[in-house]
Design a protein around this ligand. Sequence first.
Ligand code: GLY
Length: 500
Amino acid sequence: MDTTMALYFLGLLFSGTVHAAYCNSFISFTTGKEIYKKEDAILPVVINTWAFTNATKIAWKILANGGSALDGVEKGCTQCEIEQCDGTVGFGGSPDESGETTLDAMIMDGVTHDVGSVADLRRVKSAISVARSVMTYSKETLIVGESATQFAVEMGFKSESLSTDKSKQIWEDWKKNNCQPNYRNNVSPDPTTSCGPYTPLKVLQAAHKNSEPRFSKDISITNHDTIGMVIVDTEGNLAGGTTTNGANHKVPGRVGDSPIAGAGAYVDNDVGGAAATGDGDVMMRFLPSYQAVESMRQGMDPATAAQDAIKRILRFYPKFSGALVAVNKTGNYGAACHGFGTFHYSVRNANMKDGNDDVLMCDREARSVALIHTWNNDKHQNVPSRVNFGFYSHGTGYTYVNGRVRCQFIRDKILTSPGYTNWFDMESNQYHFLFAYGPNGRPGESEKHTTTPCVSTNNVDLSLNQAIEAHSDDDDDACATTASFVLVLVTALLSFVFNK
Ligand code: GLY
């Protein structure tokens, strides 16, 4: 091999090595493909499940006053515990079979991967703060039941009843209704018609039969679920957390997904974070928050990662209800849901004058659509109650879907009965939805909206998956072509000089 050939092959080798390094530093700050650039980061960001906007506001305030992401998550979630958000967070909600309210909560530090959790916590109201105490004042991760209460009391928390008149009434009504709904299985008397006590039936084990998910009607627009929150602070440090009183009428001792790291929430400082809400008995079997973060590590955008995690559950439990919010280290966020009809989440970032209560439509394919809009600051503030729906618009509003697709919403007609049906018609590229508003987001008047055909604002396909894939591949190809071209040119030049 003469000098020219040797230098040529050396050059090709060099070209390949530098191509990889060049592309990684250009595109990515984590392993894998990352379609967002660090310099584009919009931080800080607070995102949480459901329209629990006061929790978002408090968390934002903590950050604004120099608090850490962990402080923001703790105080934001505490706000929901105090407000007893939708009756499913904090004291006085979801009585178990014996009428007692018990709490699950978790907090996770993305910097250290420290986790503090409590489950089946009894007689202590501040579950998320007890979880933080587990992280701070012990080397444990999860403490449960009466022992969690004892730990909390030792750490200075007050022990008091979590029952309220409302929770007592819910329990009375349940007893009167023959203990329905009921989560016992294969017991006598028949748990679908009778209260306990129960004894086990002899069961011929049917091979590979999975249990039924909780009815989606148990989780509705007026009866949400867990608050799960993720914060990325200005330094790019992450924290996540959850707090809930779990499932109404649960079997005593039942623990859901919320206090389980990777299920209820998960954060990794290298990548981003995710938090879940929904049927925890099903969701915790799939660690969807962990899955979403790992998918983001591989280069998926947050909405697609959330959608992918939901799809993995749907393969086994097509009737489950649940949702995920996800955010990456650059502050891009998204969500996906299934079984709720619509799913609200609350978000605030540095680009928003106010917080936004976004809503996305859970369709049969669990298609993930993150809507970014600013109605909070416009004339719709005059609506008598806070409108809990991101689409609210009289004729001229534009809504951006993932920042890439624009749809114009048209007021259609007022309907007399509320409805929550939403769908995206791929044929006509139109969104259709029914929504209602009333005090605190409770059903009230209802309107039917549809859109003009949605258009792409960025020359991308309306299918978000394809758009993101194409976008990402384009970047890679451009990167590879440029790097290879430059280096082969340098090699040729060197060869020429050496052969002179
Ligand atoms: N996702 C809350 C629970 O199932 O307990």
